[in-house]
Design a protein. Structure first.
Length: 611
């Protein structure tokens, strides 16, 4: 009986059907072919790929150039890449080490660990906890703009100065939060008594021999980050290093971390890796969820965890298939034409398709007599900022639109790049028809989606970006007409003055309208060019670049100009300035500038406080 119990325990702790390196014939050739093809097509300068199977690195290779101009090749051992949000894994590990030591509690109010400031009590009786911070469920608005370069402040000081609003009670929805993870990092340094960077160096990197990794800003080294237009950026340093703004590592160091996670290595902290990988939150138990910073991203019946990192010009992906003993890590130093570098998901899925047995999507039966009409509407990601300049991203991010079908299912547009039909198999839970993904409506007005670090909130017609884009289009059309038409009209009036003087009217309101129209056109042209290349726009935001400040000044000026134009419009009709066509044209310009000002205020473009 004792022998049977021991055998059962051994089987329970052994990864199921772990893949041996010998079971991956041709893996190197598959990776070479895929990476070479994508690099050529996307014009990506340098890439590293690591594949681990059963504790061995079966692929650990660099491709292309770390620095194109100096012809420095990518070396997995020495070439540093910015790892971005992969740093969040280190932050979670550090916090959990202190939990294991009894110095932190996952479910205690984080204010009990803070000394210089505290998190506002927005929802009395529902404090933010470390568990919320490590699962992106604290409910913070994504509204901080980071300082960079010489403006970088100590972590606690930056957190105190940029505390965002809390938009939802903690634990009621995933919403990716850099601020929240940075706060967890500050809790680590407060409790440990040493700066966050020092703690990670000593307790995360050193035990694994990650000697070429750095949390401190400015440690990128010889590697260049290449934007979509081929230019380089130096935006490698910003506030909130604990969330990923600045840390850098090599492929070999990150491979060591990957292997330690797969092997549940006690050097990560006793039981820490298993705790990080275990599901800690889900919007619905029938949907994937979150570990501690690991995100569940199942693929064709295989449990897969991942964490990605993005910085301007650099992109990283880490994947674990714990039950199969496989890990994959991809790093690239170029945005590429798609502005996302080499897509690690595409490579990971190719590897799984080649070497692991797939399964058919689960068959589900439609719930008899079900109705989905109460779920209809448009839904916007909870990652949409409310209080900062980042809100402007919502203008280019199409909401998800849900339409009920007669059989109790729904159709969605804005997901997966196409229209998708979903079958309701349990109340409020839907399976993709012929596919693997699921969606759910866990709370009224809330949509949860498989493999997403955000819930989606229902918005009304007045909040829809399409309406705001239409207002901007009308404002731009009216402003262009004024910009070009007012000088022409002035010339026509001058020619007519000799024979038939026009009705009297002041010139100042016309000049005011022309200046307002010029501001709208100049802002739209300048800001539109930034949005067209978001890889270049982010460094400008981080650095508070003069060109960005100048554009925001223009947008801010349209608010008082719009008010003045509306007053002038009323006066023009009351006192009959100009002829009727002139008053109508002036009214259209005033309305156009007002529409622009409304959108500028709505998206936090009017005002310099956000920079």
């Amino acid at each position: 009986m004792l022998l049977e119990l021991i055998a059962a325990l051994v089987l329970a702790t052994t990864p199921a059907q772990a893949v041996q390196p010998s079971d991956l014939p041709g893996i190197g050739a598959l990776v070479d072919e895929h990476v070479s093809s994508v690099m050529a097509e996307e014009k990506i300068p340098g890439v590293t790929v690591t594949v681990v199977a059963d504790g061995r690195r079966v692929v650990d290779k660099g491709y292309g150039w770390a620095d194109v101009e100096r012809r420095l090749p990518v070396d997995p051992e020495s070439t540093r890449f910015l790892i971005g949000s992969e740093t969040k894994l280190f932050t979670a590990q550090a916090a959990l080490q202190l939990v294991r030591e009894g110095k932190l509690a996952l479910d205690a109010d984080v204010n009990s660990y803070l000394t210089a400031f505290e998190i506002r009590d927005t929802y009395p009786g529902r404090p933010v906890t470390l568990r919320h911070l490590l699962t992106h469920t604290a409910g913070f608005d994504d509204d901080h703009i980071l300082g960079s370069g010489a403006d970088v402040r100590p972590l606690g000081e930056a957190l105190a100065a940029t505390q965002p609003a809390r938009l939802r009670p903690p634990g009621t929805g995933v919403s990716y939060s850099n601020y929240g993870v940075a706060l967890a990092g500050h809790v680590v340094e407060t409790v440990s008594g040493m700066p966050f960077e020092e703690y990670v160096e000593r307790h995360v990197f050193a035990p694994l021999g990650m000697k070429d990794s750095t949390i401190a800003c400015g440690g990128l080294g010889d590697t260049k980050a290449y934007l979509a237009d081929g230019s380089t950026t130096t935006a490698d340093c910003a506030n909130f290093a604990a969330s990923g703004a600045g840390p850098a590592s090599t492929a070999s160091d990150m491979a060591a971390y990957l292997q330690a996670q797969l092997e549940l290595d006690p050097r990560l902290g006793t039981g820490v890796a298993a705790e990080m990988q275990r599901r800690q939150h889900t919007e619905d138990p029938r949907l994937p969820g979150m570990g501690f910073m690991w995100e569940e991203s199942p693929y064709k019946g295989h449990r897969m965890l991942f964490k990605a990192g993005d910085m301007p010009g650099m992109h990283t992906y880490m994947f674990l298939l714990p039950e199969r003993g496989i890990g994959i890590h991809v790093m690239s130093n170029g945005d590429g034409t798609g502005r996302h570098g080499l897509d690690g998901f595409e490579l990971a899925h190719k590897i799984i398709d080649r070497y692991l047995p797939g399964a058919r999507p689960p068959a589900v039966q439609a719930l008899p007599g079900a109705s989905a009409e109460r779920y209809e509407g448009s839904y916007q990601s909870s990652q949409t900022s409310h209080g900062s300049l980042l809100k402007v991203q919502a203008l280019t991010d199409s909401p998800v639109h849900v339409t009920a079908t007669a059989d109790g299912g729904v159709l969605t547009t804005g997901l997966k790049g196409r229209q998708v039909r979903w079958v309701q198999f349990e109340p409020g839970v839907f399976q993709e028809e012929g596919g693997w993904d699921r969606i759910a409506f866990p709370e009224p007005g809330q949509l949860a989606i498989s493999r997403s670090t955000a819930v989606f909130d229902r918005i009304g017609p007045l909040d829809h970006p399409s309406l705001h884009l239409a207002l901007l289009a009308a404002a731009l059309l009216a402003s262009l007409a004024a910009l070009l038409g007012f000088p022409v009209a002035a010339a026509v009036r001058a020619a007519r003055r000799r024979s038939s003087p026009p009705p009297a009217g002041p010139r100042a309101p016309r000049l005011l309208a022309w200046l307002a129209a010029a501001s709208v056109v100049a802002f739209t042209a300048g800001f539109g060019s930034l949005l067209a290349d978001q890889g270049r726009a982010l460094p400008l935001v981080l650095e508070g670049a003069p060109v960005l400040i100048a554009l925001l000044v223009l947008a801010s000026l349209t608010v008082p100009l719009a008010a003045a134009l509306l007053v002038c419009t009323a006066m023009a009709w009351w006192r009959r300035w100009w002829r009727a066509p002139g008053r109508i044209a002036y009214t259209l310009v005033a309305l156009g500038v007002t529409a622009f000002a409304v959108v500028a205020v709505t998206y936090n473009l009017a005002g310099l406080s956000h920079t």
